[in-house]
Design a protein around this ligand. Sequence first.
Ligand code: 13P
Length: 287
Amino acid sequence: MLVSVTEMLQKAKAGKYAVGQFNINNLEWTKAILLTAEECKSPVILGVSEGAGKYMGGYKAIVGMVNGMLEYLNITVPVAIHLDHGTYDGAMAAMEAGFSSIMFDGSHYPIDENIAKTTELVNLAHSKGVSLEAEVGAIGGEEDGVIGGGEVADPAECKMIADLGVDILAAGIGNIHGKYPANWKGLDFDALAAISAATDPMPLVLHGGTGIPEDMIKKAISLGVSKINVNTECQLAFAAATRKYIEDGKDLEGKGFDPRKILAPGVEAIKETVKGKMELFGSIGKA
Ligand code: 13P
């Protein structure tokens, strides 16, 4: 069932667990994540960056693919299609195409401009039953060619944005996209506690889920994080499994060149990764 994230994340916050946002890149990714969510009876959020949206042939193609799979695969758990790090125009286009949730990332604007644009988009989103994630304090690392510095968000600014009526809030707490460098200082839990206190009961979002140690993930959930985004880890698992298939020469045996066979080990690797995250986040059985 395609739903917004509002109810699923309010429940997660109250129940002290988090729902995973797993970014999709193609049909295999989408099917692997949906089947795992159903098997685990876990709610799930399919993340789509603007780059991935272009890659897959546009937002309408994605909505059609996901809706078709929900029906064909008998998926009964709550599923959201969520625009990841949307621009203003991207958010408009994703809503138009039928996304059930959008992120508007205005973190690189001065706070007044972030507030003005977020206000306009949240009103439009809610008139369509779509949920909106806002961001304060840019997440570090690289995403679709945009490099953020890994800022720590100001709790007062977080409260200003939370008070606009957004559904969920991503706040930078030293997290970054992609692999963490060896000298990473870890998540800033003092900042997270202050942001959580200032914005409660708003469910908070932790970006850059790849490579954050398990104890930090659990502590972040205990401090109000209800949505955790994972992208790179599925990509690494997929790439390693695909590499093994080719290096083992499996594509040269019989019909091993069939794309459905070549991609199968990668799909299994994504399923395992997603299941592991759902266990860690505590969302299994919560659908
Ligand atoms: P990772 O690629 O580090 O898992 O981050 C994903 C993310 O935050 C998407 O918005």
